[in-house]
Unconditional design. Structure first.
Length: 280
């Protein structure tokens, strides 16, 4: 591979990004970047705690919305040990964004169950007419904001001015030049994925990070998040078991698929449920 083409792509890519604005640790990142961080869950997922002190598990971050309204629809969250709930997630830089942006007057935001912000403020100042659950991301990122800006550039909108302007210059390249450039771009993409893997390994260990990535790949693409959560809960279900039934019972329990009540009508089903609950 031509190292000059490789270096050219990497240097050009960084020079054309707004990432330089994020080098100062005190700089507030763009809201678009926070949205990308939430969408890809580039946070320490096992350390999430809302502003009112509740532990939070993200079972699914929701689907990004480009049609107005909350930033993410259909998220699945679990607060403490309560049953999981489904709803919307809104991302703002400050808690006051809820009122400043008119969300408190917009019925389209009535299903928001989590307000994601950059930096928290004292509890006495967070009493806005918004969701009771507020999550500040500043101390939860799995990598520095500048690194995340590079890794998530396509999703974070950096920079909009250059989108769609590559076609004409690329047409002028020879097949060999185009091949070298694509290889250089592929290497940058691979390195971004490696950094994300490393960031997760720093927080959870290499073995756990490997299991999570393997399970997520097996769930591609519609079941990626359920499979990731399955990997994250491995310590609870993968401990030694006497039979496959015990493992099945644990997985059913973790997924919330074990009914709380017996059927009282089908003896065989009730027997199975009793055994499953005993194993779980």
């Amino acid at each position: 591979m031509n190292s000059r083409a490789e270096n050219f792509y990497a240097v050009w890519r960084q020079r054309c990004r707004a990432v330089n604005l994020l080098r100062d640790a005190g700089t507030v990142p763009p809201e678009k970047l926070l949205q990308a961080v939430w969408q890809h869950q580039r946070i320490r997922r096992d350390q999430l705690q809302t502003a009112d002190g509740r532990n939070l598990r993200v079972l699914h971050p929701g689907f990004a919305s480009a049609e107005g309204g909350p930033d993410f629809r259909g998220a699945v969250l679990q607060f403490e040990n309560e049953p999981p709930v489904s709803g919307d997630v809104e991302v703002d830089l400050q808690p006051g964004g809820w009122r400043a942006h008119g969300h408190d007057q917009n019925p389209g935001y009535k299903n928001v169950i989590l307000h994601v912000i950059w930096e928290s403020v004292p509890v006495s100042k967070t009493r806005f007419p918004g969701p009771s659950a507020v999550l500040a991301l500043r101390n939860l990122l799995d990598a520095p904001p500048a690194e995340l800006a590079l890794a998530l550039e396509n999703e974070s909108g950096l920079p909009v001015s250059l989108r769609g302007k590559c076609a004409a210059p690329l047409r002028d390249l020879s097949p060999s030049q185009l091949s070298e450039l694509l290889h250089a771009a592929a290497k940058v993409r691979f390195e971004n994925k490696a950094r994300a893997f490393l960031a997760r390994a720093r927080n959870s260990g290499w073995e756990q990070a490997l299991w999570e990535q393997l399970f997520r790949a097996l769930g591609y693409k519609h079941n990626a998040w359920p499979m990731l959560n399955l990997a994250e809960t491995m310590p609870r279900w993968a401990r030694p078991a006497d039979s496959a039934f015990v493992l099945q019972a644990r997985l059913l329990g973790l997924s919330g698929l074990l009914p709380n009540e017996l059927t009282r009508a089908q003896k065989s089903s009730d027997t199975y449920l009793r055994l499953a609950w005993d194993c779980w």
